[in-house]
Design a protein around this ligand. Sequence first.
Ligand code: CA
Length: 511
Amino acid sequence: MSLNVTEIEKPLYIKVHPDDNVAIIVNTGGLPEGAIFTDGLKLNERVPQGHKVTLMDLKCGDAIIRYGHIIGYVKNPVKKGSWVNETMVDLPSALELDELLAPEQAPQPLPPLEGFTFEGYRNSNGTVGIKNILGISTSVQCVVGVVEFAVKRINNELLPKYPNVDDVVALNHSYGCGVAINSPDAIIPIRTLQNLAVHPSFGGEVLVVGLGCEKLVPDRLLPDGDTSNVILLQEQTGFINMVEKILEMAETRLKRLNERKRETCPFSDLVIGVQCGGSDAFSGVTANPAVGYAADLIVRAGGTVMFSEVSEIRDSVHLLMSRVVDEKVGNDLKREMKWYDNYLQGGQVDRDANPTPGNKKGGLSNVVEKSLGSVAKSGNSPLVEVVPPGAKATKKGLLFAATPAGDFVCGTLQLAAGMHLQVFTTGRGTPYGLAMAPVIKVSTRNALTEQWKDLIDVNAGTIATGEATIEDVGWEIFYLILDVASGRKQTYAEKWGLHNDLCLFNPAPIT
Ligand code: CA
């Protein structure tokens, strides 16, 4: 996976599309003034790794083209061989959503891929989980201290007796009380919690801990209204009694979960989420296209892939519109984009609030450039469903789950939509993880993989240096998904027990 010295020293850039008038620098550490590429291009100044160099002279106001699309306009003239950074670029206006139309003929699915299965846990309601987890839902933040205390005891005293159970996970969150529960947008956090409570990796077992006076009544988290799955702390006599009651209810469920065994399941039962975090200019040429290739393999094999991150899709939504299977999906896509436009407007920001300082340091000038790289994760399959935030997916194939791009919020909403496992691409690096699902981390650069050998599961940096192809890394990701979903391999996040908090998306007011 490492680069040899001559490869590091040879100046290398990547031009993605024949029409591009900028390219990004591949070499670790960037390149100095005077560096000459094999085609004779000479750098007028130092250009950092992942940043853009102009391939021709640009006049004031000229379009900057990357991925074959306009990512911005230069504010001042730029000479061939110069560095184009984010301070030199004007943002193009947003695409007019009403002008976008679904294609007249539905796009054809990619050729099917036969013969792939995985080993999962079949639930009595027909769904399949890839982990065997005791989930403890909470209806309000007030109970979290008690639940955490109980979880420590469950881990120490009960889990060792039930070796077939992977983990106990408390669904702690900040919602439930002090919220405007009748606001129309409150449906987002509420349905998120409802769907999380019955996640397929919880084996059909439900356990809800509530307080007793909260606005989000615990019964709303029960799929069948069976109140024997609820414990209310205000009905218990003292703290120790609360904890004992939770342990008792936990053990009943652990006994049943412990009896479960993996069985061979068709690929159509598998739901994979993809997202990126800490992106850089390589994301769109290495890790995201490789994940997109893997996404196509999963869909071709009959599985489901959901991609997300509305603010990163907004500027490439025209590319997705040409892939929607019918007018309804097209309208759903536009509806979610408009909702998010208004949401951002309410906070007096626009879509360019998205790139982080780290994204920019990694070479991404603005949200348009980030978006064109981000959408590569979706591959080339037709888009069959748009899932509103917090809702559960109902179709199989390629889905767009409309979520914010923030990693923890996106992860939480994809879990609510039914995701079993997430593939996460990163260029800057993040130790991100989820408690309820394995996360496969894919690095965009060799240098990050070297630096974080014990956190990165797949290195896509080899695509930039020509050591591997997008197809090679795509297949590697596909086979790793199969192994992790079947319990044969662990991701680094699983091995170290790394996970971020569950973060609900609550656009509704707090009272
Ligand atoms: Ca993200």
